[in-house]
Ligand binder design. Structure first.
Ligand SMILES: [Zn+2]
Length: 356
């Protein structure tokens, strides 16, 4: 093998292009190797390649133009038979792209095919994800201390406590209310009714050991999820419209959940599209969601399916019916983290009635 970069090495078609003239890659080619060339050009030169060619991994006109521009910029010309650059990926081009990418990777080995600008965004989002999880964990800690197995005898009847317990109940179907929590102070109750629209009756205290056990699992899982953000995780920019033959739909990011040994978070163009993922916090919880798939071996989204609509994070999704589903559904972690942030505004979100 002659290619050095993680991005390219071991790909037989790219290896061939680097060493043999008949192996060159040109217009009309299609497949994973073309996608890698496209992403390499986007990473290095911010090449603009049509969505269709990216989605299909097709070496069409815009890919050919990007190759030509890359070669012209670096003066890659085979003087033995030509006087100007062409739009074919031959030995010199393949080797040059590989060298440039190899240098980029040496600086940031966990980032594959992400441009410098995209890397900075993802790194900031990752830090934000840790912060958001820290906040969520502190709030779960307060609940842990006031449940039947906790060590606080007197419940601090604060708005934050009730707010946290109601979100855990709505999103995860785990009732952490104890008799110490009642009566709810009238001022607090009024605010809760306003935040949690439609909740005219507050929950009864739970005496069920199942709730205690499920809350322990939830707390352990949040701790594990937070810790998983300290691990090295490969992030790869992904532009094809399918993965292993399956259409990707509208995913901003995804992991190969059928193969938990591969924790790579694949990030699509939608991740960087502010219409689809509007804020840093949305991206940050998306990263936590992808880690949840890997660390909890969660393959799929029980209850919600892959595209939940009209969810107000603090209300949970009406299609999730029990704690077992919720604990195995990365969306539920995403919603709880999001809704526990201090600047979360419940009024911004439409309720489960949306779309009816
Ligand atoms: Zn998911």
């Amino acid at each position: 093998m002659s290619l050095q970069s993680q991005s390219f090495k071991g790909d037989q078609k790219l290896e061939a292009a680097a060493v043999s003239d008949p192996g060159h890659i040109m217009m009309g080619a299609i497949g994973g190797h073309v996608s890698k060339i496209q992403r390499g050009l986007m990473q290095l030169d911010s090449a603009v390649i049509s969505s269709l060619e990216l989605g299909e991994a097709q070496y069409g006109i815009s890919t050919a133009n990007a190759v030509l521009a890359y070669k012209q910029k670096r003066n890659i010309i085979n003087r033995s038979y030509q006087t100007q650059a062409d739009n074919i990926v031959g030995k010199m081009t393949m080797t040059t792209i590989d060298n440039e990418i190899f240098i980029k990777e040496s600086a940031d080995p966990d980032f594959i095919f992400l441009s410098d600008r995209q890397k900075e965004i993802v790194k900031a989002d990752w830090r934000r994800s840790k912060q958001m999880l820290d906040v969520a964990l502190r709030r779960l800690q307060i609940v842990a201390n006031t449940t039947s197995f906790g060590d606080l005898l007197v419940t601090p009847r604060t708005l934050a406590l009730y707010d946290t317990k109601l979100k855990i109940l709505n999103v995860f179907h785990i009732n952490t209310f104890t008799s110490d929590d009642f009566p709810i102070p009238p001022g607090v109750l009024e605010t809760l009714r306003h935040r949690f629209r439609g909740m005219t009756v507050m929950p009864e205290p739970s005496n069920s050991p199942v709730d205690s056990i499920n809350f322990s699992i939830l707390f352990r899982n949040f701790t594990q999820l937070r810790w998983s953000l300290e691990q090295k995780v490969r992030k790869e920019f992904y532009t094809q419209s399918t993965f292993k033959g399956e259409p990707l739909g509208y995913y901003a990011a995804f992991v190969d959940a059928t193969n938990p040994a591969d924790s790579t978070i694949r990030i699509t163009r939608r991740y960087f599209d502010e219409v689809i993922v509007p804020t840093m916090d949305n991206r940050a919880v998306t990263l936590a969601h992808e880690r949840a798939h890997t660390v909890f071996l969660a393959n799929g989204h029980p209850g919600t399916g892959d595209q939940p609509f009209c969810v107000a994070p603090h209300m949970g999704d009406p299609n999730v019916h029990n704690a077992d589903q919720a604990l195995a559904n990365p969306y539920c972690y995403e919603w709880l983290i999001y809704s526990l942030q201090p600047d979360y505004d419940p009024g911004r979100f439409k309720g489960p009635e949306c779309g009816t």
